[in-house]
Structures are given as C-alpha cells and as structure tokens.
Design a protein around this ligand. Structure first.
Ligand SMILES: C[S@@+](CC[C@H](N)C(=O)[O-])C[C@H]1O[C@@H](n2cnc3c(N)ncnc32)[C@H](O)[C@@H]1O
Length: 357
C-alpha cells in the first residue's frame, strides 16, 4: 500500500459515522412514510400523550408493530417517549413536521417523493447505467403526489403574496382580468391558487402527463372553479392566446428543450406579456452549491433520478438539472429572445425569474 492509498483512521470513522447516520435516516424516512400513510402521526396529534394500545386503537394499526415503530421514531427524535407513564406523544414541533398537512414545515410530501424513488429502484439503476431518458410517467405515483405535497407549502406561502407582486405590472392585470397559462402544471396547485385569488382572470393549465391532468381536473372541480381549464399538452405546443402571464413552476429544468419551450411561450404572449419561471433555489456553480447550499445534495439526487432523465426523454434532451443556478437560467431566457430578464424574487425554496418581450 503506498502513501496515497493509506487510510486515515479518523477521517474513515468520520465518513463512516456520516454514512451510518444517513442509513439510519433512510430507515427513519420509511418509518415516517408508514406513520403518514396509516394516519398514526395524525392520531397521536389528536390524542396527546397516549399508550401504545390507545394509539393503535385510534389509528387502527397492529399494536406490536406500533410499539416497534414508536421505539424507532423515539430514537430518532420524531416522537417523544414518556418513560414514567409508558406513553408516547408529539411535541408541537414534531406535530408540525409529521402530522399537520397544512403547516409549511410538513415534510411528508418530500418523504413520499423519496420513498417513491426506492419503489422502482430497478428502473433507476437501468436509467443510470444506460443513460436513457426516463419519462415523467415512468415514475411511481408517489412521485406525482409527493411532488405536489412538497411544493404546495411554498406556493401557498409565497406565490400570491410575494412572487406575483414582485413582478412589475402583473398583479394589477390579474386583478382586473387577464389570460394566464400555467405550463407543466402537474396536479395544478399553482393554477388553483391563481384561479381562486383572481376570479376575473382566466387560467389555462397545461401538462403533457395525462394522469396528472385528470387528477388536477378532479381537484379543481371539488373547488368549483369555473375560470380554470386544464389541457393535456406539451409545453412547446400551447395555443397562441395572447397570454398576459405565462408561468412554469419547478418544471422548466425538467423539459428537454427549455430554450425552445421559452421561445414558443414568447410567441404565445401578448406584446406586453410576462413569462414567470419558478425554479428550485440554487446558487451559481457546483463548488458554491456543494459548500453553501444545504439543499443542493438532495436536489442533485432528485436531478440524478428524476429531472435529468425526464429531460433526456424529450427532444433535444438538454438535461439542465434542478441546480443550474440563476446565471445559467437567465442566460437561457435571454437566448430564447426575451429582451428583459431579471430575478424578481427568491425564498429559501425557490428562485423566481421575470422575462418580458
Ligand atoms: C416537478 S413537476 C412540477 C409540477 C407542478 N408545476 C408543481 O409545481 O407541482 C414537473 C412537471 O412538468 C411536466 N412536464 C415536463 N416536461 C414537460 C413538457 N415538455 N410539456 C409539458 N409538461 C411537461 C411533468 O409532466 C410534471 O408534471
């Protein structure tokens, strides 16, 4: 063994510790998924401190499995164990993260998205090895509802109050009555938020994944929104309706030809129309992301499994990835022919760009 291959025991133990922690974390994610899908966390939130028997009864799961599950969760700090009375509970913080769907800190959408990747792991290996594209529709359905659940709190918290007002001249038009295209809309959360907030405006929402559009239509019908219509359509083929606002939420980097799509969107806009592109938070440059962006490792993981393969499954197959960074994204918008491109807003989760003709 030469000196360059000599193992530094301290560094080895540090790395091993980190990886062991990640493996324990992966198991905790599976535990979290079980608790979410069976309603155990919600039952615990309702009950307060309770015995295994009481929680099992409330959530209708097997008592022995539940004890094992609660023990694992307690070890990870996901639930609280009260040794004196042999009871378990959720602190307010644990409830906000695991049990309460509408809290911005609810993590279950992300958990669902990750678990969905493990379900079809044979496909992930094949895609990684062969370099073939993987269309959005080839993922487990956890990917679609997990994505929606993961992104929803950011849209609910920021879209209407911060992102739209940050774009020059847009909010007034939407209040008075404007034409909006939401492209790559998935299950339509952003489309529904805008339709509810701006009843004088007409929202057309497009996605090329039929099952997502079916689900979006169902959800919109439950809300009785009559100014919102959904269409199955490729982003490059939306009709020329002189839209006042066209937007893409967390989907532009998934497209095979982001510049081509932006060019055709430019053609569908009114002369004074605006293109809003919402992308995951990222910094410029790999080193910068690795060192200074705590969520970059997770996003590069999603990029490996979902975003880059989704793009490679489409014509051009640019494979931009979810961490391209603001400089690159603005360059691509300029390449598409928009004369004015700016970063209009940013939050911990997203970058919001405004492009005008
Ligand atoms: C990560 S999801 C985001 C969905 C939604 N905008 C949201 O934020 O919840 C990406 C979406 O882009 C859609 N998509 C990707 N490429 C597309 C294309 N070329 N045309 C239309 N939709 C596309 C996928 O079907 C998927 O629903």
């Amino acid at each position: 063994m030469n000196s360059t291959t000599e193992i530094n025991h301290e560094k080895l133990m540090e790395l091993f510790g980190n990886v062991f922690n990640d493996v324990a974390g992966s198991m905790a994610i599976m535990m979290s998924y079980l608790g979410d899908q069976t309603g155990v966390y919600r039952a615990m939130d309702k009950l307060g401190p309770a015995s295994v028997e009481e929680i099992a009864k409330e959530s209708n799961v097997d008592e022995r499995y539940l004890l094992e599950w609660l023990s694992s969760n307690s070890g990870r700090g996901y639930v609280t164990y009260h040794d004196d009375e042999e009871k378990f509970s959720l602190s307010p913080e644990q409830a906000a993260v695991f049990a309460r769907e509408n809290e911005p800190t609810c993590i279950q959408g992300l958990v669902q998205g990750v678990v969905g990747q493990f379900v079809k792991e044979d496909i992930a290996v094949d895609v990684f090895q062969t370099g073939r594209g993987r269309p959005w529709g080839e993922h487990h359905e956890c990917c679609f509802c997990g994505t929606e659940r993961f992104f929803r709190p950011a849209y609910a918290g920021h879209l209407l109050d911060e992102w739209i007002p940050a774009m020059e001249g847009v909010e007034d038009k939407l209040k008075k009555g404007a034409k909006v295209a939401d492209i790559g809309c998935g299950l339509g959360t952003s489309s529904m938020l805008m339709a509810e907030q701006y009843p004088n405006s007409t929202i057309h929402a497009f996605d090329f994944h039929g099952p997502s559009i079916d689900e979006a239509k169902k959800r919109a019908a439950e809300k009785g929104l009559d100014n919102l219509e959904f269409f199955v359509s490729d982003a490059a083929a939306i009709p020329n309706e002189s839209y006042d606002l066209a937007c893409i939420f967390d989907a532009w980097h998934d497209m095979g030809d982001p510049v081509g799509v932006a060019k055709s969107i430019k053609d569908t806009l009114a002369d004074d129309g605006t293109f809003m592109v919402v992308e995951p938070m990222a910094l410029d440059g790999l080193k910068n992301n690795i060192e200074n962006n705590p969520s970059s490792s997770m996003f590069y993981g999603f990029g490996t499994l979902i975003c880059v393969p989704a793009s490679k499954a489409q014509p051009v197959g640019l494979g931009l990835g979810p961490q391209a960074g603001p400089k690159k994204l603005m360059e691509l918008l300029s390449e598409a022919g928009f004369s004015s491109v700016s970063l209009a807003a940013e939050t911990t989760s997203n970058l919001v760009f405004q492009a005008n003709n």
